[in-house]
Write a protein that binds this ligand. Structure first.
Ligand SMILES: N[C@@H](CCC(=O)N[C@@H](CS)C(=O)NCC(=O)O)C(=O)O
Length: 214
């Protein structure tokens, strides 16, 4: 069983959230960079890891984990010394899991719809995320009084939800409410976040170089 974390990544992908999370937990990991331009994510070697051909994915202890929310949840549990997840018998675990799933099931589809300028759903009652306005109200409530989703305590769910809100405001699919801006600003001051940003610049150059040379 291998303790090494292998991280299948492209710096222009949702893998950015996992990259930040890996920096938060502080365990050693190895990048496997995949080029979208060269279609490496749809080649047999990676399809054997993730049949969806989608990034990110990690392999740890001979197990493949895909889906950002699942990867972040997994890492927080697998590396408890980082103290990024409430324990199973901690009542805060319920709130933590609730917003982790809300991130994957509600924030993500609502923001992607807006990013792609898709018309609002005809039947919000049948849509898991309801509608954009309700989703935004719910997130604002989750962050009140803050400063984190679990109140005073920063956790892995802030990595996930904070990344989505940052992405949403960057792509203008999410309105820049002051509460969202201050939350994302606070998160971006974390040393792990800053390491991730710094490394992302290098990885982007490296991938560009690999794409033009090979
Ligand atoms: N449900 C997945 C979505 C992953 C995903 O859509 N990744 C995109 C990049 S952000 C991708 O790999 N796209 C390439 C493709 O589908 O060919 C997650 O949450 O991790």
């Amino acid at each position: 069983m291998s303790e090494e974390i292998v991280f299948y990544h492209n710096p222009m992908s949702r893998g950015r959230m996992v990259h930040w999370m890996l920096e938060e937990i502080g365990a050693p990991y190895r990048f496997e960079l995949l080029s979208f331009e060269k279609g490496e994510n749809k080649m047999p070697a990676f399809l054997a890891v993730n049949p969806m051909g989608k990034i990110p994915a990690i392999v740890h202890r001979d197990t493949v984990i895909t889906e950002c929310g699942a990867i972040i949840t997994y890492l927080a549990d697998a590396f408890p010394a980082a103290k990024l997840a409430p324990a199973n018998d901690d009542p805060a675990r319920g709130t933590y899991l609730r917003w982790m799933f809300f991130g994957q099931g509600c924030i993500e589809p609502a923001l992607i719809d807006r990013m792609l300028s898709r018309p609002p759903a005809e039947k919000p009652t049948a849509m898991g995320y309801g509608n954009y306005d309700d989703m935004v109200q719910a997130v604002e409530k989750a962050l009140t009084p803050g400063p984190y989703i679990l109140g005073d305590r920063f956790s892995a769910v802030d990595v996930y939800v904070g990344s989505q809100l940052g992405f949403g405001m960057m792509t203008k699919s999410l309105e820049p409410r002051p509460l969202f801006q201050s939350y994302v600003g606070r998160l971006s001051e974390r040393p792990a976040y800053q390491r991730f940003v710094e490394q992302t610049e290098k990885l982007t150059r490296q991938l560009k170089y690999q794409s033009t040379t090979a």
